[in-house]
Ligand binder design. Structure first.
Ligand code: URA
Length: 176
């Protein structure tokens, strides 16, 4: 399920250049969910192509995961102004698209606080849940969910960088 090309379900439509749709292999069963498109993503119309994307790509590569072998998406498909966090209302407006992307997945990886808030309803410290696989309810079905740090949160923090590396090792193992 995709948004209409002229989607106006929330106010983020006002400032966007492109709707940023999921990228990669939708049949892989492995879905990485980020927060929201940033400036580069908005311009290119692809998720995780800017600074965070370079970190994500590098960590995947180091773990032996090819970006084209997984699906990469965001909680909202349009860039929030000034890269602020998406609001609960904006995430709610985009929720049906996200659900259609993750329903039936083998493993969903939540990259950072916004994704974990949206999908797990968790609003505490990431250190309390990082790399602990849990189950979330998506429509009528349970989906396995792996919470972890957002790539941007690993830039100046060695602990979160090591945790994100561990996430990639878990994902690689799940992929078989
Ligand atoms: N940060 C995100 O959460 N998603 C992107 O697509 C880019 C940066």
């Amino acid at each position: 399920m995709r948004p209409d090309a002229d989607c106006r379900l929330c106010g983020l439509c006002e400032g966007r250049t492109n709707i940023v749709l999921p990228d990669g292999d939708a049949s892989s069963g492995i879905v990485f969910v980020g927060e929201a498109p940033g400036e580069n993503e908005d311009l290119e119309g692809r998720p995780f192509v800017g600074r965070s994307g370079k970190i994500l790509d590098g960590m995947m590569q180091d773990a032996g995961i090819s970006r084209s072998d997984v699906l990469i998406t965001n909680t909202v498909k349009c860039r929030p102004p000034g890269n602020r966090d998406p609001t609960p209302d904006e995430m709610h407006a985009c929720r049906a698209f996200l659900e259609s992307e993750i329903v039936g997945a083998k493993l969903v990886i939540g990259l950072g606080k916004s994704a974990c808030r949206d999908l797990m309803g968790f609003d505490g410290k990431m250190s309390e849940i990082v790399n602990r696989i849990t189950t979330i309810r998506v429509g009528e079905v349970d989906v396995r969910f792996l919470p972890t740090y957002h790539p941007a949160a690993t830039i100046y923090n060695k602990v979160s960088r090591e945790e994100l590396r561990r996430t990639m090792a878990i994902v690689r193992e799940e992929m078989g």
